[in-house]
Design a protein around this ligand. Structure first.
Ligand code: 0O2
Length: 221
């Protein structure tokens, strides 16, 4: 592995990871509040669960080298947009865009870029909604805008992505053709499953809506 010695200054890395950790805390709290508010107003949780991570120095160095950048703190911060990463897992595809909209309309967050791999899945079959956002971190004497990558996907998409990720690493990106083919087949099944679950959920909601109406207008009036 690549050791921390590659950096000019261990203290600089400590500062950088402190900033990204703070950014993760800020965005996590925002997402929790939005989820709680949604539960309060609509009696429904759009978010199933949230995972967050700081990219390891090894993976950051790997990414910089892949793009041909010199390994230093400045390049890390400027070119590696997913040092701080948050994954938001939800039940239904409709939740994905709901969550993305709620994030985009937060006044203090700036959306820097969006990649919609649900409308345009990757060659591998990968589906997910990616946003790079910038969040201000208030320090004692300054404000530092810090990038966070948010990946939003359904439980089914997440299940697929974690297996594909394992296979990708096992074969170092050169999986046998039949495995890649079967993974793409699974990705199609995931899309079909997500569509069916969404339409079932909509049906259930209509049922509970009409039940509520019946309760409001008692028959023995
Ligand atoms: P890890 O180990 O998850 O951190 P770049 O970010 O510049 O390398 P790009 O294409 O501009 O590449 O960014 P993109 O595709 O928006 O986001 C990359 C991240 O999305 C990856 O991070 C993965 O987490 C995820 N991802 C993208 N494509 C796939 C895929 O085919 N399968 C799976 N399982 N995940 C994918 P890292 O840093 O590559 O890896």
């Amino acid at each position: 592995g690549i050791s921390i010695k590659l950096y000019d200054d261990v203290d600089t890395w400590k500062t950088v990871s402190f900033l990204y950790n703070s950014a993760l805390k800020e965005v996590n709290t925002k997402l929790e509040i939005l989820n709680d508010e949604f539960q309060h107003v609509h009696r429904y949780n759009p978010i199933e669960h949230i995972k967050s991570r700081i990219k390891s120095p090894e993976s950051i160095v790997k990414k910089l080298k892949k793009y041909g950048y010199e390994v230093n703190i400045e390049n890390m911060v400027n070119y590696v947009k997913d040092i701080a990463g948050i994954r938001v897992i939800c039940s239904f595809t409709s939740d994905i865009y709901r969550i993305a909209e709620m994030i985009a309309s937060q006044g203090d967050l700036e959306v820097l870029s969006i990649k919609d791999y649900i409308k345009n899945p990757k060659e591998s079959g990968y589906k997910s909604y990616h946003m790079i956002i910038s969040v201000p971190i208030y320090l004692s004497d300054s404000v530092v805008d810090t990038n966070v990558e948010i990946q939003i996907r359904t439980i089914a998409m997440d299940f697929w992505a974690s297996l594909e990720h394992k296979i990708y690493y096992k074969f170092e990106g050169n999986a046998p053709a039949y495995i890649s083919r079967e993974l793409r087949e699974c990705a199609n099944m995931v899309s079909k499953l997500d569509a069916k679950m969404l339409s079932l959920n909509e049906t259930i909601q209509q049922f509970s809506l009409s039940n509520e109406k019946e309760e409001e207008t008692p028959k023995d009036k």
